[in-house]
Design a protein around this ligand. Structure first.
Ligand code: FAD
Length: 370
């Protein structure tokens, strides 16, 4: 049996960023992936030449020049700028909250008018916010909370905003300019040809075992290399000895429609409480697609249960305490590094996961490799 310098468990961005640098440094890599495809959550499915973001809409954005240069060395990026729309019972608002939103909501036109209304509405909360509702009102006032935050957040977390802790929304993006760009980052876009172009490049030169769950024979897979990079869930690695870490999960319902343009924009958030889904994604708009048909995906938040896809970690006190115990255990493992969103039980944007993998490259392969 071939012996490798590195065994990588998982084939997402974290493992891929490390693999790319390792292969360049002349190291051999074996990738073990339990799904039937590579790429982790950035994987796209090709439906009628439309790149469908199978695990949720992914928009690349960063202010880190090194990360931007790195991903651009793998694929060319288009000029996509995320400007989602909010639909509240058929009323359309621009996101993030900016002068276009305020103008539509209150019929006003200047930043001074908007500031005065928000100031007046947030004035109702004079104490330290005790829950998410009070936190949101203290940040953006009552109207925006009622129409654009309350229903959406309740669907997202499966609980009333009064029962959710204030810390979930420390800040909310409020802009007193007519700027619908959702992100503040310096660079933004979608890889031309879809994310699979990047995945293919990252794992060039690696051997790959698909449909292979590391947990089914840990010792065997671990012994196939000198060193292991593990990007699966940390609790499963340790047989859930301190219990399950909790997540929020998502259900996606995709449909191919015989129309060239369903909603005119890639992302529409449904912010009322009654519509059961939180968003509809129309994938072709990420790449300015011109095909005669379109694919839309409705996104439903669901309560996670063991066996479901883990999407968003529930970083509350209880889960953070459990994670701290797993983290301490992970530090005692010899010749293994734990990285990425599942092993670190952390919500990571793509650029941050690449940044974190750069750190591991520096540690294991040398600072000159970045
Ligand atoms: P993953 O991509 O999850 O890769 C882990 C891999 O390990 C998976 O392929 C998994 O199958 C495999 N694996 C797990 N356990 C095992 C095992 N036991 N054996 C073998 N293989 C295993 N970021 C942005 O910057 N912009 C966005 O717009 C954005 N949108 C998002 C939308 C959603 C709904 C979610 C959930 C995340 C979003 N992100 C976004 C974050 C982005 O998805 C992550 O930063 C990135 O995917 C993390 O990469 P990773 O390698 O850590 O994990």
């Amino acid at each position: 049996m071939k012996h490798y310098d590195y065994v990588l468990v998982g084939s997402g961005l974290f493992a891929g960023t490390f693999a790319w640098h390792a292969v360049k440094a002349g190291k051999s890599c074996l990738v073990i992936e339990k799904r039937e495809h590579m790429g982790g959550n950035i994987y796209c499915e090709d439906v009628e030449k439309i790149h469908v973001h199978k695990y949720g809409a992914h928009i690349f954005h960063t202010s880190n020049r090194k990360v931007w240069d790195f991903v651009n060395s793998l694929a060319e990026f288009n000029r996509y700028t995320n400007s989602p729309i909010a639909n509240y019972h058929g009323e359309i608002y621009n996101m993030p909250f900016n002068m276009n939103t305020f103008s539509k909501m209150w019929g006003i036109s200047t930043p001074a008018e908007a500031k005065a209304i928000i100031e007046e509405q947030r004035g109702t909360i004079t104490h330290e916010p005790r829950n998410l509702e009070e936190q949101a009102i203290s940040l953006v006032g009552k109207d925006i909370y009622e129409k654009l935050i309350r229903g959406y957040t309740q669907k997202q977390w499966g609980r009333s905003c009064k029962e959710l802790p204030a810390f979930i929304i420390k800040r909310l993006p409020v802009r007193y300019t007519y700027d619908n760009n959702y992100f503040n980052d310096r660079y933004q876009g979608i890889p031309m040809g879809g994310y699979n172009v990047i995945i293919d490049r990252l794992f060039e030169g690696c051997d790959v075992l698909l449909n292979t769950d590391f947990n089914e024979d840990r010792e065997k897979y671990k012994s196939m290399g000198d060193y292991m990079i593990y990007t699966g869930t940390v609790d499963s690695y340790f047989d859930y000895c301190y219990g399950n870490l909790e997540y929020r999960s998502l259900k996606f319902e995709s449909v191919l429609l015989d129309t060239d343009n369903y909603q005119g924009v890639a992302v529409v958030n449904y912010t009322d409480a009654e519509t059961p889904y939180t968003r509809i994604i129309e994938h072709k708009h990420f790449e300015f697609g011109t095909s005669p048909s379109t694919v839309i995906t409705k996104e439903y938040p669901v309560t996670w249960q063991p066996g479901m896809e883990p999407y968003y970690p529930v970083n509350d006190e209880k889960n953070q305490e459990i994670f701290a115990r797993y983290e301490a255990l992970a530090k005692t493992e010899k010749n293994v590094s734990f990285g990425g969103r599942l092993a670190e039980y952390k919500y990571y944007d793509m650029d941050k996961v690449i940044e974190s993998a750069f750190g591991l490259v520096e540690k294991l392969l040398g600072a000159d490799r970045i």
